[in-house]
Design a protein around this ligand. Structure first.
Ligand code: CS2
Length: 514
């Protein structure tokens, strides 16, 4: 029996490292002493996904390596969440991941963070941390939006406020105090400039965000920043000397809830964990093989391959793209979570068909693999223990649309395949802005282009054709016009009218009957 009194004696009643000994009897804890970790990884974006994905895999990798693994502690930085950084510090950087499915919840305490940093309070500065010779890896989870790219082209958006701010900051590598830097490209460039000046081996920079060719894209963005900052030699060194492997990352991690905190407290014998979060059991991490030291991730489920592209394309289109349809259509049908939508006979059927027939149509998998992957994905979406709200998955649609929806849609059209699901998805997305504009949307709507997009719906209030035309010609979002542009505009306009006139479910039903 665990002595819960011993556990409760712990500081403030929060999870902390002195409690790990007694806790080991009731819950899975790190099999090393977190206080003995040294930092080998600097992570930008200490969000939920990072904590339930790379932090978990790194913990397992440290465990299999034993003593040698202790060099792989993660210094994890948040740019926007001081409260999370303070709370994690209060808990000795420990937190619980509750792995959940319909049958059971499996808690595991994670202790692989050697430091937690709130970027703006950090005296050392992220660029200097990147330049530390002990830093062998810089990883990132900043969301697609966090890279300051133009969505349709995937190139650095030089007009973005944060990029302009960082370009005005001074020549990369020359200023020591870099805490004012705001953008990923700025922080990386300044850090890498210091590495180059010191003559050290550069760290591998590993993007773990859902973007096609995420490594190549980040390399190009960082080199572009260096060139814009006037240092062509640095740009070229970044292009040729710094490894930027592509990755495919996959684990569904909803925002933490009260239920997570309550369940963690029960699992921890009464200790509180304000940083607890839940995740599905599925874990996947596929990384382009690169030169250079790394934790033993390959021994704990990560896969190093010569080319990530087929996995990444399948995941982005079939998982992330279908996620968007479930969110946009599901919310219009009055459903609350992604699991509700995936389980719904009308919306779920529509999504499954869209995933297989449209999003999966051009994937380099054979038919059996494609079907198996699609069935697994739908089963994961239906996991009732993962309560993912529509606004989380629907947010930043203008950033996600190009790679997840428009690219496969364009390929399907060029190959003569029908695209009813993609057209419906676009109509549902536009409808979110119309309803938002009329104060009738039941979910929160976040998008960096919200003002521009909502204005279209306001200005063209009942002219569905004009709305569809204005959205579909946003070239920073959609790129080149679609092959059959006029016809698509007509179909989207007709759908908008039907969505406005009647019950969204009736509109969707027409798409889900065989
Ligand atoms: C989601 C992803 O928010 C989104 O865009 O589609 O966060 C998704 O849950 C993960 O990529 C799953 O690996």
């Amino acid at each position: 029996m665990t002595d819960t009194r011993t556990i409760r004696l712990a500081q403030d009643g929060f999870l902390n490292r002195h409690a790990l000994g007694p806790l080991a009897e009731r819950v899975r804890v790190p099999r090393f002493d977190p206080a003995s970790l040294r930092t080998g990884i600097v992570h930008l974006g200490c969000g939920n996904f990072h904590r339930a994905h790379q932090a978990v895999a790194t913990q397992a990798a440290i465990e299999v390596e034993g003593e040698a693994g202790l060099r792989w502690g993660i210094a994890s930085a948040t740019m926007r969440k001081p409260d999370l950084a303070h709370q994690l510090a209060r808990q000795d950087r420990l937190f619980t991941v509750l792995q959940r499915d319909a049958e059971r919840t499996h808690p595991i305490v994670i202790g692989s963070l050697s430091e937690v940093i709130f970027a703006r309070d950090d005296r050392q500065g992220l660029a200097a941390r990147i330049a530390d010779p002990q830093t062998a890896i810089v990883s990132l989870t900043v969301t697609a939006n966090g890279y300051c790219l133009e969505p349709a082209s995937g190139l650095l958006d030089a007009a973005h406020d944060d990029i302009r701010h960082d370009l005005a900051f001074g020549r990369p590598g020359q200023r020591r105090d870099t805490t004012e830097l705001r953008s990923v490209a700025g922080i990386l460039t300044h850090g890498l400039a210091q590495v180059r000046a010191a003559g050290h081996r550069p760290p591998a920079v590993i993007s773990c965000d859902n973007l096609p060719g995420n490594g190549a894209m980040l390399r190009a963005a960082t080199a572009a920043f260096a060139a814009l900052a006037g240092d062509d030699a640095l740009a070229q060194w970044i292009e040729t000397q710094v490894p930027f492997p592509d990755t495919m990352v996959d684990r569904i991690v909803p925002p933490p809830s009260d239920q997570d905190r309550t369940d963690a407290q029960a699992a921890l014998g009464g200790l509180r964990d304000e940083a607890a979060l839940s995740a599905e059991p599925w874990f996947q991490w596929i990384i382009t093989d690169f030169d250079g030291p790394r934790p033993a991730w390959d021994r704990v489920g990560a896969l190093f391959v010569p080319d990530v592209t087929p996995f990444e394309t399948a995941k982005l289109r079939m998982l992330n793209g279908t996620h968007m349809l479930l969110a946009y259509a599901g919310a219009l049908a009055g459903l609350e979570t992604i699991a509700d939508a995936a389980r719904d006979p009308v919306v779920g059927t529509l999504a499954a068909r869209f995933m297989l027939d449209e999003q999966g149509a051009a994937i380099a998998f054979d038919d059996d693999d494609r079907r198996r992957y699609a069935a697994e994905l739908m089963a994961r979406f239906r996991n009732p223990a993962i309560k993912h709200q529509m606004d989380r998955i629907g947010r930043n649609g203008s950033v996600k649309m190009a790679s997840r929806i428009i690219e496969p849609m364009r390929e399907n059209m060029l190959a003569g395949r029908p695209v009813p699901g993609a057209t419906l998805l676009i109509a549902c997305w536009i409808r979110w802005f119309t309803l938002h504009e009329q104060d009738e949307l039941d979910v929160a709507l976040h998008d960096p282009r919200i003002d521009r997009l909502a204005a279209i719906c306001r200005d063209q209030r009942h002219d569905y054709h004009a709305q569809a035309e204005a959205f579909l010609t946003l070239d920073d979002v959609f790129g080149e016009p679609l092959p059959d542009h006029e016809r698509v505009v007509g179909v989207v306009a007709a759908l908008l009218e039907r969505l406005d006139d009647g019950d969204a479910r009736d509109v969707f039903r027409a798409f889900s009957v065989t």
